[in-house]
Design a protein around this ligand. Sequence first.
Ligand code: ADP
Ligand code: MG
Length: 459
Amino acid sequence: MTLSPAGTQDARQVWSAVLGHLELQVTRPSFHTWLKDTVGIRVSETDIVVGTPNTFVAEMLEQRMYSLITDSVNHVLKSQLDVRFIVTSAEELTPESPSDLPINHRNNDSQDSEKSRIPYRRISLNHKYQFDTFVSGKSNELAYAASVAVSQKPGLVYNPLTIYSDVGLGKTHLLHSIGHAASVAGRSFIYVTTEEFTNEYVRSIREGNTEAFRDRYRSVDMLLLDDVQFLIGKEQTQEGFFHTFNSLHMLNKQIVITSDRPVAKLNLLERRVRSRLSGGLVVDIQRPDLETRMAILSKKLEIANRQCDSSVTDFLAERLSSNIRELEGGLNRVFAYSEITQRPLSIELAQQALSDAYLDEKSTPISPDEIIEAVSEYFNVEFSSLTGPRGRKEVALARQIAMHLIKADTDLGPTAIGQALGGKNHSTVIKNCSKISARLVTDLSLQRDISNIRNLILS
Ligand code: ADP
Ligand code: MG
């Protein structure tokens, strides 16, 4: 790649090429956490300036990932540049979307617009997450229809609306779509992640201005709260949420919430909060079937204005079935791989791009204890009741699932598995494992449990 005169546009392109390379070097979670939201700001003969969403990310990249990053810069640009990190504003971080709205969108008076510039409220709606870029299929049609309905008749049809699913299946996409629709209709709303909500609430208590916090939240037509599971264990914030919720609900203001688990499984959430959520409509999003996955890939290609032989997309749709973020990431990775290696798109290339990307995940073997721990967390049973000698009936299924997973994901044989799980003998292990395998063919909820547990292990 050659450098033309320093300019923002160049910096963006250069940095996204570097990101394409880095995405192949680091694990998916770390790419997602540290790199995904960075943007090239300036590039010169000697250095490149990279914008990050906050100082935390900037420090992390500088202190922990610096050499990896400069290596990638060298690799992509074939020249040694210094990399500098700065904290950028939300506008700079979402450059392609001049129409993006600040998260606290409403008819501000001057005092309010001062408030909406408080630095920690910087997330804006992603312009890519709209209803018309959302592909609806069997797995998500209810959530989609409910989201459209609350956009059209906020506060009147389903209130609150709670959308839950595993990660990467479109909750945030729908929530942003509702925000966009609200702004087109001239309605005020707040989109906030539960983490930001918590930070703001805690800060308002510390600074003694809970009043202002309450007023701000109470004054909007719609509250869109993402990832409510992060309220778990935060009793003080649950209190704040509960009161915010009640004030808005009483005024028939629409509330939409997402969660990565069913409301009933938000067990550490106070009962009164849970019962508020169950009082509205709760819809879930399942994993997409093959047909929907293919439709999503075509949509993504259409949006990116790129072409790709259907054999390659079929391959990706078949291989990447667990979530849509992964599916999208796979498509991007294949394009990046083709650009970096200067080879045409083909199934072989796609295979290679995927196997490289998943290498580091596969290379760390999973231990039986990690599996048992995940199973115990998922079913909310004691670790020791899975590994102890006398099994209560209630934990029988959890124990069978643990057997199945250890057999599938580790090198342990049936005898060792039996020992790890309460001293069962090897024929019991074999029998239980076949039972689970047989059920898995048709039992969707079991399939879902197993995939949730695998996600827990990976996270
Ligand atoms: P979640 O919030 O459930 O973890 P996201 O909403 O962040 O998932 O979705 C992950 C990625 O997948 C996003 O890039 C999103 O645009 C995309 N995505 C999810 N569902 C769909 C869909 N039905 N159609 C198109 N893209 C989707
Ligand atoms: Mg999300």
